[in-house]
Design a protein around this ligand. Sequence first.
Ligand SMILES: Cc1cc2nc3c(=O)[nH]c(=O)nc-3n(C[C@H](O)[C@H](O)[C@H](O)COP(=O)(O)OP(=O)(O)OC[C@H]3O[C@@H](n4cnc5c(N)ncnc54)[C@H](O)[C@@H]3O)c2cc1C
Length: 392
Amino acid sequence: MDLTLSPSEEEFRDEVRTWLQENNPGPEPEAGLDEVMTFRGEWQLKLHAAGWAGISWPKEYGGRGATMIEQAIFVGEAAAQEAPSPANVLGLAMGGPVVIAHGTDAQKQRYLEPILTGEEIWCQGFSEPESGSDLASLKTRAVKDGDEWVVSGQKVWTTFAQYAKWCMLVARTDPDAPKHQGLTYFLMDMEQEGVEAKPLVQITGEGEFNEVFMDEARIPEENVVGGVGNGWGVAITTLMNERAGLAFGAIAQIQNSLRRLARLANEIRLGGGSAADDSYYRQRIAQLHIEAEAMRLAAYRGLTKTMQSGIPGPEGSLGKWQWSDISQGLNELALEIEGAYAPLSRGAEQAVANGAWQYGFLRSRANSIEGGTTDILKNIIAERVLGLPRLR
Ligand SMILES: Cc1cc2nc3c(=O)[nH]c(=O)nc-3n(C[C@H](O)[C@H](O)[C@H](O)COP(=O)(O)OP(=O)(O)OC[C@H]3O[C@@H](n4cnc5c(N)ncnc54)[C@H](O)[C@@H]3O)c2cc1C
């Protein structure tokens, strides 16, 4: 593994940096999620027009055909310059890569371009009220009826379902098969009578995710991805892409937050000096820097392996675990440093409007749950990276 950029990668980085400096639309509106999604949609169109959506996707599918390192460079630069997310973040990070890996030619033709433009938003319908970590126990049923599947059941925590045109849906198609084998992966049209998305309000006051109810929703046979009964394998590709996609943007965000944390520690008065003069806080901040650097280096190792095998491996689970620990630690430390000031802007509404650290503290509680809980990631690392014996 070589951690230095080649001359052509440096050139690519400079091109990305300049383009972002000239085109970054700045902070997202503070109004509601609807306004934020419109803003992100406009940003995604601009990204696509300049060839920055689907950077590592093959050119024949509308991507840039760049390497995964170049993709990582772009994501890192965008996060470092605090550019907004694109609107169709789940379609770009998971939906597209899954269709490219497992989809038919007709599916590639139909779905990839509107993912890149953001014209069709995607959501991920995996978790259910009684199936999260043990995803293979899910109960949503799909029954064949002529050329269609009829789907009934409930999903939960479905991010952006209220804006989505397509849902990556995993449903049980064979109740008699062993639980991992009776599942099928579908692309479900959210804009139909049998589907209802109801936003859930989070601790931050936002309604980012939803309950999704399906009552005899219809999915044509041609929308099965990867073959009937193969849903588990396709779902795993989705999750690996979700975790692998996180790393380089997350690292740059953490580095920005560490700079802000140092500024905060310099500003808060403590005894005769500032919090930054206090050895306890200095060591805590230094520890977070060390953890962030370990995460960055491990992410390069994961990237090297992905480039060799073509598919993200279980190492992405390590990055996701490191990220959630650092993100929670950072926000907790910031509130500790703010001390008596910390609760002043803690209300959910105020947190979004005023207190970035208060908002970060509340939002980061979800980091160790979303995309797989830390306990589950530790199990994956123990079994699939370290080769330790399986629990069951
Ligand atoms: C902000 C956010 C966004 C999300 N977006 C989506 C989305 O778009 N689509 C989607 O499908 N899902 C989404 N999720 C759901 C997420 O994937 C699940 O919450 C997660 O997988 C955990 O499942 P659960 O909530 O059912 O908890 P459970 O699986 O019930 O876990 C409860 C506790 O038990 C622990 N536990 C469970 N099993 C084990 C085990 N074998 N070993 C050790 N500990 C164990 C867990 O770590 C956890 O602490 C989102 C969640 C959040 C917080």
